[in-house]
Design a protein around this ligand. Structure first.
Ligand code: PEP
Ligand code: MN
Length: 455
């Protein structure tokens, strides 16, 4: 839709921010909705619906991220590339929670730091695309932009942007979050019963996991015998939600004024990130995000320059608030060595404390001989290894990781101890967008990361 999005404007510090001030700026990656009245109706309804999260939780996450930036905690962020509405099902939700919990046990135990768990979940429904159309079985169709915008099915009708999907997305996010909250409140995460988190292929596949659980159990028994831990602290856990802030009308509708804080929060998720394709300094996405109280993530890839990055930090975090910004580098194993140091040094020279995380997925995509998008376990690991090294060399530290993963036994990424090859990919290739690590690969990766955390 041409108006009012996409109007060009000079960025002007004197113009106040408000939840729709982004509309004065060019907005990348927005669909053209054919019927403005239908769109307006949906947005009006969304504005009336209750928030999915509360400001206290958002503030708590900001505090935890500040501790991660200071090196006292470690951020584990992960989930689907794109959630699909059909994934709003008990097995898929519990599977993702389970694998993130398993990974955080491996990281906390091996890395000796408490883990902040953030899912790419309950709202990760929109995808940026490099091209407006894609060729499917000889047909040029509008690109799939995520269930929030259109449908994956390869027909022109399915690919038409439909604003009513925003309401569907809200209700699917609400149902997903409700299930996550019920599971975590109901003892699913209780460390006394980690046997409830069996691996999809059986724990035998990652023997280190079984050993770690036994050790954790032993330590708990010991601490409890000393009276040093509160049982309920182990039974309940924090679990936060995140997604890419991409479809701005939707995000605007979930933005709420919080009287007690005297600030606007996006209460559709605890934290949002801006993607590699939409972080233009004078673009609508940065304008929208700068006015929120939520902690923010920024993807940092090959197109970032030191000047751009420092200017972005000035715009998104003028108050230099602890926990406000997580920079998520995503260069690929072959480029990180050259690309990360200048950016890291520029952030240090600007006197900025941020939380640095590494997304080892988005710079390591390759196409298999059979034409499937995949990523190799060793390339992912190689990028992470270098990220840890580079941060250490420059007197910084890597404080988090960002993955595309699922608890299920999919075959989308090659490698790992299951030795998945390109030929195996077709067996269970289920992603609606980018390839994800499966449950076993994710857990293996967590043990390797824990080793790197120790140095
Ligand atoms: C993503 O996280 O799915 C994504 C599209 O990442 P990036 O913006 O880093 O390419
Ligand atoms: Mn992705």
């Amino acid at each position: 839709m041409a108006k009012p999005w996409g109007l060009q404007a000079e960025w002007d510090m004197t113009k106040p921010w408000n939840p729709h001030s982004w509309q004065r700026f060019p907005a990348e990656q927005q669909p053209a909705y054919p019927e403005p009245t239908a769109l307006e109706g949906v947005l009006a309804r969304l504005r009336q619906l209750p928030p999915l999260v509360v400001p206290e939780e958002v503030d708590r996450l900001r505090g935890l991220l500040a501790e991660a930036a200071a090196g006292r905690r470690f951020l584990l962020q992960g989930g689907d590339c794109a959630e699909q509405f059909k994934d709003c099902a008990p097995e898929a939700i519990a599977g993702k929670l389970r694998v993130l919990l398993q990974m955080s046990v491996a990281l906390t135990h091996g890395g000796r730091r408490p883990v902040v768990r953030v899912g790419r979940i309950a709202g990760q429904f929109a995808k940026p695309r490099s091209k407006a159309t894609e060729l499917i079985r000889g047909r040029e169709l509008p690109s799939y932009r995520g269930d929030l915008v259109n449908a994956l099915e390869a027909t022109p009708e399915a690919r038409r942007p439909d604003p009513s999907r925003m309401l569907e997305a809200y209700f699917h996010a609400a149902a997903t979050l409700n299930h996550l909250r019920a599971l975590t409140a109901g003892g699913f995460a209780d460390l006394h019963h980690p046997e409830r988190w069996e691996l999809p292929g059986g724990t035998g596949e990652v023997p280190e996991y079984r050993r770690t659980l036994d050790q954790v159990k032993e330590s708990l028994d010991f601490l409890e015998a000393l009276g040093g831990v509160q049982r309920d602290a182990l039974e309940r856990i924090d679990f936060f939600t995140s997604h890419e802030a991409l479809l701005l009308p939707f995000e605007e509708a979930l933005t709420r004024w919080v009287v007690e804080a005297g600030a606007y929060y996006n209460l559709g998720a605890h934290t949002l990130w801006v993607g590699e394709r939409t972080r233009q300094l004078d673009g609508a996405h940065i304008e929208y995000l700068r006015g929120l109280r939520n902690p923010l993530g920024v993807k940092v890839g090959p197109s970032a320059t030191p000047e751009h990055l420092v200017a972005l930090l000035d715009r998104l975090d003028p108050g230099r608030e602890a926990g406000r910004i997580t920079l998520i580098s995503r260069f690929g194993a072959r480029r990180i060595r050259e690309a990360l140091p200048p950016l890291l040094k520029a952030v240090q020279a600007a006197g900025r404390t941020v939380l640095w995380s590494c997304d080892p997925m988005h710079g390591n995509g390759v196409e298999s001989a059979q034409g499937l998008k995949t990523r190799d376990f060793d390339a992912i690991l190689a990028e992470l290894r270098q990220a840890f090294e580079i941060h250490r060399e420059l007197g910084s530290h890597l404080g988090g990781v960002h993955f595309e993963l699922t608890g299920e036994a999919v075959t989308e990424c090659t490698g790992g101890t299951q030795r998945l090859s390109e030929v195996d990919l077709a067996k269970a290739y289920e992603t609606g967008c980018d390839p994800r690590l499966n449950g076993v690969q994710s857990l293996e990766m967590a043990f390797l990361i824990a080793e790197m955390m120790r140095g």
